[in-house]
Design a protein around this ligand. Structure first.
Ligand code: IPE
Ligand code: IPE
Ligand code: MG
Ligand code: MG
Ligand code: MG
Length: 295
């Protein structure tokens, strides 16, 4: 399966789920419109793709994990909508289009984020029932819910907001990245692995792989925030400096941030090698990120 094939399958399934679940919503139809708006805009779909690819690497019937993969994109959309709110990063552009609150207003955007969290969890339970053992469904849904909340994305976002306009230590910075961004990548990789029923020692290695990926991905995001244009980013360029955010670039400088990014990629190559695994999809993802960091 190619990257682009994964991407279009994920898009088709997301559309299908929104269509199915938004029926007969009468007076609340706007909330579904708003939820679908950000989710269905053109994102890279990395979290869903990584979940499916890990499932494929360890278990042939990976397409059956599609509802789990889609739930991750749904959670991701929640995090983006809330991240852009005026009370958070105050960003008017997302995925090259007006942010959710610019189209639907702050109240609906906030509610859409809330509703997306529960929609994703419901999707896992509804669609995976009788396809996986109940205890695995429970485990994956539990991971999903932890990831969305105060032991996951919310923990990181809270630390990110608290660190604004401050000097923080490296531990604090790492914590922010590990949770605001890393939690969801970890959830994606481990849910694919749990779907495939991998052994405990493989899971432990994948956990390290996912933690590294979460950090390196946010370091990448910190780098391109100050090197690419708004048109290239599909979101406002230079936002981190403007908002006085603590990032790997503000703390380490651009060159050292790039070194950290590359060294985490190398570590991850070593982890996959030690598992005896090769994935063209993961290679494509790293190439995609490297190409933007090099610009
Ligand atoms: C943006 O994530 C938010 C971060 C965690 C940095 P992506 O760069 O994956 O956004 P999309 O899904 O492609 O729009
Ligand atoms: C991403 O942090 C964290 C989440 C969206 C949860 P950023 O604030 O850097 O993400 P962008 O740059 O707005 O996409
Ligand atoms: Mg933010
Ligand atoms: Mg932001
Ligand atoms: Mg950013």
């Amino acid at each position: 399966m190619k990257f682009i094939e994964y991407k279009s399958l994920i898009q088709d399934n997301l559309k299908k789920y929104f269509h199915e679940y938004s029926k007969n919503s009468s007076y609340s139809s706007e909330i579904w419109e708003s939820m679908a708006y950000t989710t269905l805009l053109d994102g890279k779909r990395l979290r869903a793709i990584m979940c499916l690819e890990v499932a494929r690497l360890f278990n042939g019937s990976f397409l059956e994990a599609m509802p789990i993969a889609c739930s991750l994109e749904i959670m991701h959309a929640y995090s983006l909508i809330h991240d852009d709110l005026p009370s958070m990063d105050n960003d008017d552009i997302r995925r090259g289009k007006p942010s959710n609150h610019k189209v639907y207003g702050e109240a609906i955007a906030t509610l859409a984020g809330d509703a997306l969290i529960s929609f994703g969890a419901q999707l896992i339970i509804d669609k995976m029932k009788n396809k996986m053992p109940d205890d695995v469904i429970l485990d994956i849904t539990r991971d999903y819910l932890i990831c969305a909340g105060a032991k996951g994305i919310v923990a990181g976002q809270c630390a990110d907001i608290k660190a604004q306009n401050k000097e923080i230590n490296i531990d604090n910075l790492k914590y922010i990245h590990k949770y605001k961004t890393g939690a969801l990548f970890k959830c994606a990789i481990l849910s694919g692995a749990k779907f495939a029923n991998v052994d405990k020692d493989i899971l432990t290695k994948l956990e390290q792989y996912a933690d590294n990926f979460g950090i390196l991905f946010q370091v990448y995001d910190d780098i391109i925030d100050c090197t690419l244009t708004s048109a290239e980013l599909g979101k406002t360029a230079g936002k981190d400096k403007l908002e006085n955010k603590m990032t790997y670039v503000s703390v380490y400088g651009l060159e050292e941030a790039k070194n950290i990014f590359y060294s985490l990629i190398n570590e991850n190559h070593d982890i996959l090698n030690s598992l005896g695994i090769h994935s063209d999809i993961f290679d494509d993802i790293y190439d995609m990120l490297i190409e933007k960091v090099k610009k």
